[in-house]
Design a protein around this ligand. Structure first.
Ligand code: URA
Length: 232
């Protein structure tokens, strides 16, 4: 890999800034100052430093974010604040994107990554990765409606796949587990039983649970154990 590309992939700078840093002697490879941006390195075995800091190569970055209300699940948007606005510039430069979308007013677990293949695998309905959402609706849900939702409802020409519903005692809130993610799916499922979502929060994505210590808008890197889900 080219040295300037390595610096960019590590989120340290843009490619052109990387070139400048290298040419000005700020970068060493295996202890030697290298001034050629196109110098080829092996990111796994060569030791690279930038202004004295050793850069350890990680192919991909994975971030868990607790999405607040009012942010869109996009990398950039002309009018709206995006979930990428909540992370630092260094990570942003790595080309992160949200792994699946939440609506602007849906809260909770969003995973940001630059692992395109891993994200694609996780989102594919073939893999039946379960996503759990906490919800509240306008009116209590009857047991007949729970069966309808669980067996699949028509959301405008599409019959939803079987899902699981756990109702809390007040019957107008609970948890819904989906293995697919159609546009506004839960909202449209509730509309199909003449009800209306008033609160929606994703609390898990496969084996990854929303970290309760993260406040809305806060994020952390996934642990090595959590990252495993992307590699299976
Ligand atoms: N279903 C919805 O309706 N909205 C979301 O954000 C996620 C699932």
């Amino acid at each position: 890999m080219r040295l300037d590309k390595f610096l960019t992939e590590m989120g340290k700078c843009s490619r052109s800034e990387g070139g400048k840093l290298i040419r000005s002697g700020k970068v060493t490879v295996n202890g030697e100052i290298i001034k050629k941006p196109d110098c080829k390195i092996n990111p796994l075995s060569d030791s690279v430093t930038l202004m004295g800091e050793t850069l350890t190569y990680k192919k991909f970055t994975y971030i868990m974010l607790n999405k607040p209300d009012g942010y869109v699940s996009a990398t950039d948007d002309e009018k709206e604040k995006t979930v990428l606005d909540l992370v630092n510039d260094e990570d942003r430069r790595k080309g992160l994107f949200p792994c699946g979308r939440l609506d602007k007013n849906t809260l909770g677990l969003v995973i940001l990554t630059n692992d395109g293949d891993g994200a694609h695998r996780l989102l594919s309905p073939k893999h039946h990765v379960e996503k759990v959402y906490k919800f509240e609706v306008d009116a209590p849900i009857s047991s007949e409606d729970v069966s309808r939702l669980e067996n699949g409802v028509d959301i405008g020409g599409y019959l939803t796949k079987p899902c699981k519903i756990k109702l809390y005692d007040n019957l107008s809130s609970g948890e819904i587990t989906l293995t697919e993610g159609k546009y506004h799916q839960i909202k449209r499922m509730m509309e199909a039983i003449d009800n209306k979502i008033t609160y929606l929060e994703r609390i898990s994505f496969g084996s990854i649970l929303l970290d309760e210590s993260l406040k809305r808008g806060e994020w952390r890197y996934l642990t090595t154990a959590e990252e495993e889900i992307f590699k299976k």
